[in-house]
Ligand binder design. Structure first.
Ligand code: NAG
Ligand code: NAG
Ligand code: NAG
Ligand code: NAG
Ligand code: ZN
Length: 444
């Protein structure tokens, strides 16, 4: 049902997103005019809702995603599966009779996990579930056997720096929010290496665990030795922490066979419905096609990618043509740090004044609750008004700030020279880890 959010913005939001409300006519529009215009779309909104929720398109995005995920499987950056996924989508978007279906080249990292495992040897034998982190180096072929040093924060690591040399640092940081706690995963290895550790194991960045380690990207730093690094389950991190507090010596054997290959060729996948009145102006909807290697990528981000596609399909099926071009971008290399989105931004930012709204969906596909929004106060008022069109399905909430790796470049740099502001929207469902980023007013 989430795709419903996307499409109501196509016709009327962008022209009011900037400072001026008079782009379309000769007189400045009042908020009352805007309200009236938005209300004028209620029958179109109803048609879209009917088609998507009750009509022939009822289960379409789910069914499309199921076949895709079951057919292709995991889609790690640099893998043959990701190439296959891009080919698959290129054909599928053409078969859906969308316009300007094309691929835009991107260079993406190519890292492979290889064989990996860990065992606690002291005080007792215990198999530790691990998932190596993207870009981690391997251990030596014979593995690493070392005592662990358990810390709960970077502060504690720095206080106990003397004890870290030659050890495996285990981070047992509490989970606060994803965006705050994830720094232990992204720079845990670097901080541990700075104080002489030989490897780092990080409690998975999760509020809940069923002996299930997570994976994710991590970054090495020039000039700091590279050490192998992996996530462990919340349970194992807690146990090693308890053992250490008891004064018990904990020894772990770690073996990882990860490999980094030269960057590989990949693509962002693009399709459009070209606008009737302002074809050069863009309303962008997006999700990422790549995934991690240890799942099917159905949630992250198959769901987001397929509901973004669905937005175009619904508009097309109803024979609607938006005033502005509705552009679907399926990013590549998101999990490696938004690589596809960054290269897309670099290539297209010279036309930033043509981008009216940039949207992404990458927070999982659950029961929809609203939109997260970053933009001017005027634009926010308009979004609020537009959301009233979703009353029939009770989805009217607006959250403070759009959030997402793939739209971050636009949000950070969202003010073009020509006087129009890019409005950024992500869909919000369950986890509100959003902080407000207000843009400066455009200079006309
Ligand atoms: C969608 O799926 C539901 C549950 O599986 C089913 O009852 C319904 O008939 C399906 N609708 C269509 C249009 O296929
Ligand atoms: C623990 O595991 C090691 C190596 O796998 C093995 O040599 C040793 O006998 C085991 N110890 C116990 C008490 O099971
Ligand atoms: C920028 O916009 C112009 C005019 O719409 C278009 O012809 C051109 O292809 C665009 N360039 C890029 C890099 O998107
Ligand atoms: C509408 O949604 C809100 C929260 O988003 C919920 O509290 C409320 O119960 C819902 N109402 C109906 C009729 O489903
Ligand atoms: Zn994602």
């Amino acid at each position: 049902m989430k795709y419903l959010f996307l499409i109501f913005f196509i016709n009327f939001l962008p022209q009011y997103a900037g400072k001026s409300l008079s782009r379309d006519g000769n007189y400045p529009k009042t908020f009352e005019d805007i309200k009236k215009e938005i209300a004028g779309y209620s029958s179109i909104a109803k048609a879209i809702i009917d088609l998507a929720v009750h009509g022939k398109a009822q289960n379409r995005s789910y069914e499309r995603l199921a076949v895709f995920a079951d057919t292709i499987g995991p889609r790690l950056s640099g893998s043959k599966n990701l190439d296959a996924a891009i080919k698959y989508m290129f054909s599928a978007l053409q078969e859906d009779r969308l316009e300007n279906v094309h691929l835009e080249p991107v260079k993406v990292p190519h890292w492979e996990r290889g064989e990996e495992f860990a065992v606690m040897l002291e005080p007792r034998n215990h198999s530790i579930a691990i998932l190596g982190l993207g870009s981690s180096i391997a251990t030596p072929p014979e593995g690493i056997t070392a005592e662990v040093l358990v810390v709960t924060s970077f502060d504690e690591l720095h206080r106990r720096a003397q004890e870290a040399k030659g050890k495996i640092v285990v981070y047992n940081q509490p989970f606060i929010t994803y965006s705050e706690t994830v720094q232990y995963r992204s720079r845990g290895a670097v901080e541990a290496a700075k104080v002489g550790a030989v490897a780092s194991l990080i409690r998975s960045v999760a509020s809940f665990s069923i002996h299930s380690p997570h994976t994710g990207w991590q970054n090495y730093q020039p000039g700091v030795p590279q050490i192998p690094t992996a996530c462990i389950s919340v349970e194992d991190a807690e146990m090693m922490s308890r053992m250490s507090l008891q004064g018990t010596k904990v020894v772990v054997y770690l073996k990882m066979g990860a490999k980094t290959y030269p960057d590989s060729s990949s693509f962002n996948t693009v399709a459009e419905i070209v606008g009737s009145k302002y074809p050069e102006q863009i309303v962008l909807v997006s999700g990422h096609l790549d995934s991690w290697d240890v799942g099917q990528g159905a949630m992250d981000d198959g769901g987001g990618a397929f509901i973004s596609w669905e937005a175009l399909s619904l508009v097309k099926d109803l024979g609607l043509r938006p005033k502005r071009t509705l552009r679907l971008v399926l990013w590549t290399g998101e999990e490696q740090g938004g690589i596809g989105a960054e290269q897309y931004y670099q290539l297209h930012k010279k036309n930033i004044s043509n981008f009216d709204v940039v949207m992404e969906s990458d927070e999982g596909t659950f029961r929809p609750m609203g939109l997260a929004f970053t933009g001017t106060d005027e634009a926010r008022d308009i979004v609020k008004e537009i959301m009233t069109l979703l009353l029939p399905i009770n989805i009217t909430d607006i959250y403070d700030t759009a959030d997402g790796t793939d739209i971050d470049y636009w949000m950070r740099d969202g003010v073009p020279a020509s006087g129009k502001k890019v409005v950024c929207i992500s869909e919000w469902e369950e986890l509100p880890e959003l902080s407000f980023r207000s843009g400066t007013e455009p200079q006309i």
